[in-house]
Design a protein around this ligand. Structure first.
Ligand code: ATP
Length: 735
């Protein structure tokens, strides 16, 4: 990499656009470019421009009081400039890792203070420029531009300041910048981690509470599923069993009714036959009377029996219908009843405590509470089976039944008496009316059969009524618990074919319902909030993990950088020390010089006891210089003469340039204090280093000028601005 071009416009004395072109020498070496001219012509302003475009912020180094002092301030003949602009073009022929074959860095400053940087015409930040130059191996502040008076700075600096200078010269700057940026990132990560952990601690309790609610919700869902399945099984199988029992009972009742009808028809047939026979063969008048009275009695008894059956059946059905199956009251109803009771109680207490006691109102409230308690208790208690006799105790029906029984007994006695008379009479008529008697016996048997059939019909009706009652209670249960499925009971039944004994499922059903009532309803927003909180928590946890991971890798990077810095620093120091000795000897024609590392001292208290020992892994904190010119014994650099100091500094600068060659170095009258012989030596050294480093040397020194392959002459024009004239030495020599 070398400096190809420097363009100045409005910068200090370079009011108009001025371009300095640099090129390799005839042997393809980086070479030496000399800048010559009278005092005050603006030569050092060129060095300042190089320093400024590389991002220099020190006003002292730029020889300014304020930032805008770099802008051409105008002369009598030329108005001032509105801005200063310097562009530095670097040819990158040896650093492929930088991605650019040519780098143009531009810095611009306007009078209103607005400042701009560009890298290859793209807006950039100062840090981008600094990083790019560090990667290119160009140290902006230290030795890439060495100004007038700065030579001695190396000697007069403290060991710590000197170390910083050498570190940059040793090419440690990019690593140190990287380390600094890693440290900044580490600090930022630490802050973010603290923030994340704080937020996690804030969210955690809310998440725990939401998690508990969601678990209840899940439990509720499981129970609801279980309940839905159980309900399908229970109601389906119950419906199936009831329907089947109902149809069986209906069929039995219909069959019994038909049998009763048939038997009664048979009896009527026999009766008709008997009547026909008797009219063909009429009995004696007395017999006729007896028969007629028997028939009337029998008819009456039949009517009474029918009435009795009907009464008995309706009594039985009424009894069955009154037997409502008991179902436990739902918990929610119990709770709401108790709450209502509590409210009435409060009102009662208020009424009692109030000054104007309204006795009527209190009585009213008390009796309402009593009624409620009785109602609730009766709902909560399984009713005790009522005594049999009490159930039948409809007095009207009872009286009717008693009268019926008396009438029946009476008629039976009368029938028995008439039958006795008829039998006696029959005994005499046996012979001529025997076939009539046969029919009479048959009629009697058929009447008995008809009565039995009527009894069976009555039983079947009672059974049917019982099942219908059960079905009604079942339907009430359905409407209370699964009203939406009332129309789908047949389909439920088809899903419960494997359930044999549905009644046994009832306790589990009650238990599940009670559990669900106990869990209660859950706000549907809870799930949403839980999902959001959980997501945030997980994001924060991931963020925390990422941060911990990032911090670990940053720590590793810093450790590796520390190692690289320490290794490079050691190697560079050894080489620098060696080169310093050599250049010192060359410039002084003998003598001894060397560098030593300064390590931190352990911290001691007033009694001299170590309170903080030195970290053995920490490197040196400074660099000291020892120099003994030939024939002398002194070692302290403070005791050197002015010229000796200049030579010693130059030896050190040359050692740095040899240790870590910079692509280019601008030297501004570094050789000003040297005598002719030393100037020659210096020029020789510069020339030998120009293999690897391009030198731009501002000088008044002939020996140095002679080494330059391009010479720029700077003069102060009539209008008070710097003028530039370039002379290629090769062309000069040709002439
Ligand atoms: P020497 O050989 O004595 O060191 P030089 O050629 O290096 O001289 P410079 O130091 O480059 O000279 O130039 C200094 C001159 O530049 C001074 O005369 C100073 O007034 C002038 N100067 C500095 N800043 C500005 C500015 N902003 N506008 C105009 N002139 C300026």
């Amino acid at each position: 990499m070398y400096l190809k071009r420097l363009e100045l416009q409005g910068f200090k004395t370079f009011a108009s656009k001025t371009v300095l072109e640099y090129e390799l020498d005839k042997d393809g070496r980086r070479g030496v470019t000399g800048v010559v001219g009278p005092n005050g012509s603006g030569k050092s302003n060129i060095a300042d421009a190089a320093r400024w475009v590389m991002g220099e912020q020190s006003l002292k180094l730029l020889r300014c009081k304020k930032s805008e002092d770099v802008i051409f301030s105008g002369t009598e003949k030329k108005p001032r400039s509105g801005f200063a602009e310097v562009s530095m073009t670097l040819e990158n022929d040896d650093k492929p890792e930088l991605d650019y074959s040519e780098i143009v860095i531009t810095r611009r400053l306007y009078r209103d203070g607005q400042s701009e940087y560009e890298i290859n015409k793209q807006g950039a930040r100062l840090t981008d420029v600094v990083m790019l130059l560090a990667q290119a191996g160009i140290g902006q502040r230290t030795y890439s531009v060495i100004g007038q008076g700065m030579v001695d700075d190396v000697l007069s600096a403290t060991p710590i300041e000197r170390k910083a200078f050498f570190d940059e010269a040793a090419g440690l700057r990019p690593f140190q910048l990287k380390r600094q940026s890693s440290m900044n990132k580490l600090d930022a990560s630490r802050d973010n981690l603290r923030q994340s952990e704080l937020l996690i601690r804030e969210i955690q309790p809310r998440l725990n509470s939401l998690e508990r609610q969601v678990k209840r919700l899940e439990k509720r869902e499981t129970l609801e599923q279980e309940l839905a399945l159980l309900q399908t099984q229970y109601y389906g199988a119950m419906y199936r069993d009831l329907e089947s029992a109902l149809s069986t009972a209906k069929a039995s009742r219909d069959r019994a009714a038909k049998e009763a009808d048939d038997a009664s028809a048979e009896a009527e047939k026999s009766e008709a036959e008997l009547r026909t026979m008797e009219s063909a063969n009429p009995p004696s008048e007395e017999f006729g009377k007896l028969r007629a009275s028997l028939n009337r009695l029998m008819e009456e008894r039949t009517k009474l029996r029918e009435k009795q059956f009907k009464l008995e059946t309706s009594v039985e059905i009424a009894k069955v219908r009154s037997e409502k199956p008991w179902a436990p009251l739902p918990l929610s109803k119990i709770i709401s009843s108790i709450e209502a009771l509590g409210q009435d109680q409060d009102t009662l207490l208020q009424a009692i405590e109030s000054d104007k006691m309204d006795v009527e109102k209190i009585k009213q409230l008390a009796s309402s509470i009593r009624a409620q308690i009785t109602d609730l208790t009766s709902k909560l208690q399984r009713p005790a089976p009522e005594p049999e006799q009490e159930k039948d105790a409809d007095p009207k029906l009872k009286k009717e039944m008693e009268e019926l029984v008396t009438a029946m007994d009476d008629i039976t006695h009368q029938i028995q008496a008439v039958q006795k008379e008829l039998e006696d009479f029959n005994a005499n008529e046996q012979k001529n009316r025997s076939h009539i008697f046969d029919v009479q016996r048959q009629l009697s048997a058929k009447r008995s059969e008809a009565a039995r059939a009527e009894g069976r019909k009555s039983q079947a009706s009672v059974e049917l009524a019982r099942i219908e009652t059960r079905r009604d209670a079942f339907m009430e249960d359905v409407r209370m618990h699964i009203p939406e499925q009332e129309a789908d009971l047949a389909s439920l039944a088809s899903k419960a074919t494997d359930i044999r004994n549905p009644e046994s499922l009832a306790p589990q059903l009650t238990k599940l319902r009670a559990q669900l009532e106990w869990i209660g309803g859950i706000d549907p927003e809870t799930m949403k909030e839980y999902e959001e909180t959980k997501k945030r928590y997980e994001e924060l946890t991931t963020q925390t993990e990422d941060l911990v991971g990032a911090m670990a890798s940053l720590e590793t990077i810093i450790k590796e950088l520390d190692q690289t810095i320490s290794e490079r620093s050691r190697t560079a120091f050894r080489k620098l020390n060696h080169e310093f000795g050599l250049y010192f000897k060359k410039l002084f024609g003998g003598g001894e010089a060397g560098l030593s590392e300064v390590f931190p001292e352990p911290e001691v208290n007033e009694e001299g006891i170590v309170v903080k020992p030195v970290d053995s892994s920490a490197g040196p904190i400074g660099i000291d210089i020892q120099a003994t010119p030939p024939g002398k014994r002194l070692k302290a650099i403070a005791l050197l003469s002015g010229g000796e100091r200049a030579l010693c500094s130059i030896a050190l600068i040359c050692a740095i340039m040899a240790t870590n060659p910079s692509p280019f170095v601008v030297l501004d009258e570094v050789d000003a204090a040297l005598d002719e012989s030393n100037s020659r030596k210096f020029a020789e050294i510069i020339s030998s280093l120009a293999d690897q480093t391009q030198f731009v040397v501002v000088t008044h020194n002939r020996a140095t000028m002679e080494r330059a392959h391009i010479l720029y002459g700077v003069s102060m024009g009539d209008n008070g601005t710097s003028q530039l004239l370039s002379v290629k030495m090769q062309d000069m020599l040709k002439k």
